[in-house]
Design a protein around this ligand. Structure first.
Ligand code: SIN
Length: 193
């Protein structure tokens, strides 16, 4: 199942052309920043929680066996830590293609560690996009992540690299770290068989 948001995102120009803008990464955009940027700063956003509720049919899974990747869900009081990149507007073109499976550009307020803040962009896969999988029991999500793979590699590598990047940032994320524990147990059991 795909839901290509590339064209929709081209219309979502929230910042004036010619100026740089802040992009907040909370998933693979933290640990796989393969795009040009002027500076990067650890940051957080408020009222959003990171969840492995988005299906990946194009990167970390296939249409027949989708993986699970990160999106954000509204959660009053929650803090989601990640990385902010100051980019040129034209950098969004290739990112729209990378994030095309249901993610839409949305505006959000970014908070930096020095107490300053700035408006920026996130790629958000909302609950109405066609690739949205939503919540499931932790074990079921972990089994899916432990077994799925797609053109960009193993689904579990996405999770483990994100967890490592969050640890480097000193970030808390009970959802991500609980999934890591379960995926490691599943993988360990599988190698013993
Ligand atoms: C993000 O990292 O900010 C968006 C989701 C992803 O590409 O993993």
């Amino acid at each position: 199942m795909t839901h290509d948001t590339t064209l929709l995102n081209r219309e979502r120009n929230f910042f004036t052309d010619g100026e740089t803008l802040w992009l907040f990464g909370y998933g693979s955009l933290i640990w796989k920043a393969e795009f040009p940027f002027h500076e990067l700063r650890p940051a957080h956003i408020e009222g959003w929680a990171r969840r492995f509720w988005q299906g990946s049919h194009d990167h970390r899974g296939t249409p027949a066996a989708p993986g699970r990747v990160a999106t954000l869900v509204e959660s009053p009081g929650a803090i989601c830590q990640g990385m902010a990149y100051r980019i040129d507007a034209e950098t969004l073109g290739p990112l729209d293609v990378r994030e095309k499976n249901g993610y839409l550009r949305e505006r959000v307020m970014l908070h930096f560690h020095d107490g300053s803040h700035a408006e920026g962009l996130i790629y958000l896969a909302g609950e109405h996009n066609a690739a949205f999988l939503g919540d499931a029991p932790l074990d079921a999500m972990a089994r899916q992540i432990a077994t799925a793979q797609g053109p960009s590699g193993l689904n579990c590598d996405y999770l483990l690299k994100l967890a490592a990047a969050l640890e480097d940032l000193g970030a808390q994320d009970a959802h991500v770290f609980a999934l890591v524990e379960r995926v490691k147990e599943i993988k360990k059991r599988a190698t013993k068989k």
